[in-house]
Every structure is written in C-alpha cells, then in structure tokens.
Design a protein around this ligand. Structure first.
Ligand code: AQP
Length: 343
C-alpha cells in the first residue's frame, strides 16, 4: 500500500482554501492508502507566532482533520515538533539542496517580500523541512493545493540528488496529488490573490469555524463583476477545465463558480450549465446555502472538539508515537548512508 503524507500549518484561521485544496482530499485517501497527516508547527514558526496561540492553533488544525472525517485509528494525526526525525532529516537535506534551487522558490519571495534581509533563515529553508516531512516516512503521494506544487518538485529534486550523491535508491520520488474543482481557492475580495490565513481582511476568506450568518454575509459581499454568469463556452476544448483566458478576465466569478462545483461535488461543466445566464444575486444565495450546508456541520464539530482539548491532545500524542516509530528507523538508515560514526 502506498503511503500518503501531508501537513497543514497552525497559523490561525483555517479557511475554505485549506479545506477544498487539501483537508477534504485527505479524507478520501484513507480508504486505500496508509495516511499520515501532520500539524506542521515547526513550519509555522518560520514567521512569528504568539507562543500563547500556538497550542490552540495546533488543536484547531487537528480538530479540522477529525471533524472533516479523518479517522485517527487508521490514519496518523500528530504535530511535527514531537517527532525529532523531521528536524534531523531536514539538516541532511540542507546539505543536499542547492542555494540556486531555494532562490527560485516563489513562496519565499512572496512571504519575505521587500524585507528579504529580515526574513528568518527558517523561512528560506522551509522547502527542505517540507521534503524532510515527506521523506522521513518515504511517502509516495502528497495531497496539497496548487500553491505547494513548486515545493513538491523541490522534494523530488532532493530525493533524486540524495540517491545520486550516495549511490542508492533509498528515497522514493514522490507524486503530488492536486485534485478537485478548487485546487486554488482565491480571496473573496480579490480574485487574483489566493485565499490565505494571513490576509488581514476577514471578508477575504470563509473560515471553517464561521457560523451560518458570517458565511452568508461573506458570500453576499464577495466581489463579482456586473455581467451574468458564464456558461460552458468558458471551458477548454476538453470540455472539463476552465479556459485560462476566461479566468483571467473574470477571476472573481470563476472563483465562486469553482467553489460551488467543489462543494456540490458536481463537475465544472454541469455547474456552468446550471447557472449560465443567471444573476450573481441568485447564484450567491445558492452558494451561501450550499456552503452553510457543507461547512456548518464541520465547523460545529470543530468547536465541539476544541472545547475538549484533552481528547485532541490524546490523539496527537498517540499519533506522534506511531509516526516516530516509522520515521526514526528511516533517519537511522540515512545516518548510515551519510557515514555518521555510531549510526
Ligand atoms: N487558497 C487555497 N486554495 C487551495 N489550497 C490551499 N491551501 C492553502 N491555501 C489554499 C492548501 O492548504 C494546505 C495547508 O496550507 P498551509 O496552512 O500549510 O500553508 P499555506 O499554503 O501557506 O496556507 P495559507 O492559508 O496561505 O497560510 P498563510 O497565510 O499562513 O501562509 C496546503 O496543501 C495548501 O496547498
């Protein structure tokens, strides 16, 4: 059975993008894969985190995993800092990855912005730690949103270079799993920016813990354009994916349509067909109802779990033990391959 690994940072309000791009896809993979899902708290501190908030935010992500349907008995759920093999392997990868590779990472450029000299070294080597997260378990499949594609290519490069440098076939070359109708959910205020936890505007995102009124208000206020909803003429020749020029022209409209398609489980063609020619006021009402119906129960279950930190902490502690039992022998083998005395 192939092994799946993925992680989510405990950096604040989990949103619809995290759910549709990642967490929802984690759930279905449990049926035929060995799954390891991690709350990546070491990644979170690459930018400043209030120490008093880190534990509650870690429990929030774990609660989202559980509330979405990840079964902690079959899958492993844990927080990264508890398994020291992640940091141990990341150091080896710091010595395998090349500066030139990291210099090309767009996420670092976006997050460091104009203050590159002031960014943490951790933010710069973030992709090496991500490679270590995945390869500490020799995971073969990694479900993520579209924004993580470049980091996963780097993980593949690191695995290949390690294998070449040391003349081994030790690490697998991992496959990204980027699927669903909303692999890149955009901000509700600006269809050219991805929906993000760190966006200062609450109206840019739908949080998983938002109540029905907040969800409806945010959708009602979401930016659109004055035209009617498009139809299937917006599809590529294959009839399944949106034409990039159509999306570039009306990013907000296609973002909302993609969210509807993803939440309803309908493909894009059927969704476009359903609303072609409709006014946004009508469509937004339908999208709000669907969002409340799909996200409401998850948000309510998250609130219930977050009110029971003992239970969530128990799940994370148990998961960490099971994760360490897989990762530690793999790191020991890496030490042997590298040639460390005493390995
Ligand atoms: N807008 C999005 N659309 C689709 N997928 C998304 N993901 C994040 N945003 C979107 C996917 O969610 C998983 C976990 O992401 P993360 O929290 O570890 O990091 P991130 O990508 O940096 O998320 P944010 O919300 O943008 O956080 P901040 O603002 O703190 O940087 C990943 O699989 C990611 O692809």
């Amino acid at each position: 059975m192939s092994r799946v690994f993925s992680g989510v940072q405990p950096t604040g309000d989990l949103h619809l993008g995290n759910y549709l791009g990642a967490i929802r896809n984690f759930v279905g993979l449990q049926d035929d894969h060995e799954c390891i899902y991690c709350v990546v708290d070491m990644h979170a501190i690459t930018v400043w985190q209030d120490p008093a908030q880190l534990a509650p935010h870690t429990r929030e992500v774990a609660s989202a995993f559980l509330a979405s349907g990840i079964d902690p008995k079959t899958s492993i759920i844990f927080n990264q800092s508890r398994v020291s093999a992640h940091a141990g392997l990341a150091w080896v990868f710091n010595c395998v990855a090349r500066m030139g590779w990291l210099n090309r990472m767009t996420q670092f450029k976006e997050k460091a912005g104009k203050h590159r000299e002031n960014a943490s070294v951790g933010l710069y080597v973030y992709p090496n730690l991500m490679a270590a997260d995945i390869l500490a378990y020799k995971a073969t499949h990694v479900p993520v949103g579209e924004d993580q594609k470049q980091h996963l290519e780097l993980t593949r490069d690191i695995a290949i270079k390690f294998n070449n440098d040391f003349g081994t076939e030790f690490f697998p070359v991992t496959e990204p799993l980027i699927f669903g109708e909303a692999t890149r959910v955009m901000s509700l205020r600006d269809g050219t920016k991805k929906m993000s936890k760190s966006d200062p505007s609450e109206y840019s995102r739908i949080n998983l813990t938002d109540g029905a009124d907040d969800i409806a208000t945010k959708i009602r206020k979401a930016r659109t354009d004055p035209n009617e909803l498009p139809g299937t003429e917006a599809l590529d020749a294959d009839g399944t994916t949106l034409r990039s020029d159509a999306v570039a022209e009306r990013p907000e409209a296609f973002n909302l349509i993609s969210i509807y398609a993803a939440l309803s489980g309908q493909d894009m063609a059927a969704t476009l067909d359903q609303f072609a020619g409709a006014q946004f006021s009508t469509f937004k009402g339908e999208l709000a109802d669907l969002s409340v119906a799909k996200l409401g129960p998850i948000g309510a279950e998250m609130q219930r779990l977050m009110a029971d930190p003992g239970h969530v902490d128990g799940v994370l502690a148990d998961g960490a033990e099971r994760a360490a039992a897989i990762a530690e022998p793999i790191l020991r083998d890496v030490h042997k391959i590298v040639g460390f005395l005493g390995a």
